[in-house]
Design a protein around this ligand. Sequence first.
Ligand code: F6R
Length: 613
Amino acid sequence: MLFNMCGIAGYVGPKNAVDVVFDQLKRLEYRGYDSAGIAFRDNGNIAVVKRAGKLSELGKALHDMPSDTHLAIAHSRWATHGAPTDLNAHPHYDAYEQVAMIHNGIIENYLDLRDELVAKGHLFQSQTDTEVAAHVIGEEYAPGVPLEEAVRRAVKRLRGAFALVVISKREDGKIVAVRNASPIVIGLGKGENLLASDIPALLPYTRDVVVLEEGHLAVLTPEGVRVLDEDGRDLPLRTERIDWDVAMAERGGYEHFMLKEIHEQPAVIRQSLAGRIDENGQVRLERVFSEHVWTEIDRVNLIACGTAYHAALMGKFLFERLLRLPTDVYYSSEFRYGDPVLSPRSLAIFVSQSGETADTLAALRLCKARRIRTLGIVNVVGSSIARECDRTIFTQAGPEISVASTKAYTAQVMVLTLLALYIAQVNEAAGIRVDDWIGELMQLPEKAKRVLKTEPQIVEVCRKIQDAPLCFFLGRGADAYTALEGALKFKEICYVPTQESPAGEMKHGPLALVVPGVVAIFGATDPATADKVVSNMKEVQARGGTVVAITTDEDTVVHKAADHVLQVPHSKHEFLTALLSVIPLQLIAYHVARIRGCEIDQPRNLAKSVTVE
Ligand code: F6R
């Protein structure tokens, strides 16, 4: 599965390399970015040109550049560390400007490495983890050492999930790339070779590719490509031919961006944990408030819209159940006009994928005017909410293109979970086994993969419920919150009316809507309330409704009552099982929409980022 934060391109061959890599970047424009840059050979040196903003800004800066350069690498950044500025844009040099490097992913131990290098006298221009990695390569690049060997040695000092691409002043006509959990695809040409993070950037040049495998390193020259293992031994080239069209390639071979993003969730969960759990099994959050602040906070207000609001509800569940910290959740639009009562010791948390939602931004400004502490949980680095909050934690979900949000939700809940554990840790909250939670969190990527493997069963269920005139989404506890998210996905892309509520509320009104043909989808992942949920299922079935249950692989009760059963792996903490159950809910919405022939990535009447009030 390709999961890229940033766009990467590289070319070595007889053509004007700057033109080729710039063209490659243009072909990655669809994925979004906030800054871009190029490094190329110029008179025996490596020149670097980079600009924040649109590619046209970089294009203007490249206007008078030499046209006879035959080696270049390029990068479009989707920031995870450091704001999107000219300085933070890639490529980055090492300390001696011998090598230039671009990077995708996260170097988890960059702060420790940076301290080590600063102690040795290194100076850094940017706040990025990338520049630190470039300096590590520079250190390993002693005279006589080939670039690929320096990169191989440097990688052993780096921790995280990343791909690196490097060129050197000392070795003309050579690009070195290494893959460590972030994808690199090499394009094989005649007398030229290329590489990219995503296949669309290769298609105009070649359809013969080598997908670099985990831990492997590639050396590209005009004459050929070598692939080496972790120990520097040559490996045979495994070539594939890509017959996707451009649109298909942009979606990583998936039919829609929404499906691609649903499938990215195991990687997104892993990425949201990256660099945030230290060797001692403790949560490490950078750039949050100092430790004493967390003891002062008496109340949390979570403020968001839409899917982010549903993620915030999951945060409330955890803050109250785990931390016993009173927490309110507000729709941004209601908060800002609602004259909220705010304790001076409270913390306001703003959850937003885009970081630009107008109502959330207005709510943030209201809190700032009232001098309340503000914290953002945001996906887009450099966005307005990220900039204006006192502190921001980034969700690291990568660009989300489908209007219906999926992976951003999962990443938001992951960050809220890490935050709750962090607060428990700094406050030394009694009775909370942070190490135990971390152990469970580390298993989630694998469990999410197992949920995705049940997609064929989910499609079967979707065929049975595709004609429902009305669909209920129900649950208790955390399942009641994921039910809200399942319903939102369903109405957004299936255009079928939904009725969502806690399962126990059914008999106080909504049950009147149940007639034959109506479908009720129950989240039933918590064994503590399984019996009660079963009673609610019976109420629906007695009136002719069809029941779909999402339960766990350890369930002994629910599956006996439901008409159709879907399972997610059990987790010791029911909250995490509920979180995983959002994946079948997303897939139900996706497949019913597909069967019904609905527009999926751009549903009618909706926009990805709502910047109007
Ligand atoms: C639903 C969806 C929206 C957004 C909402 C908030 O699939 O995407 O409900 O969640 O517009 O957007 P952000 O998170 O960008 O503030």
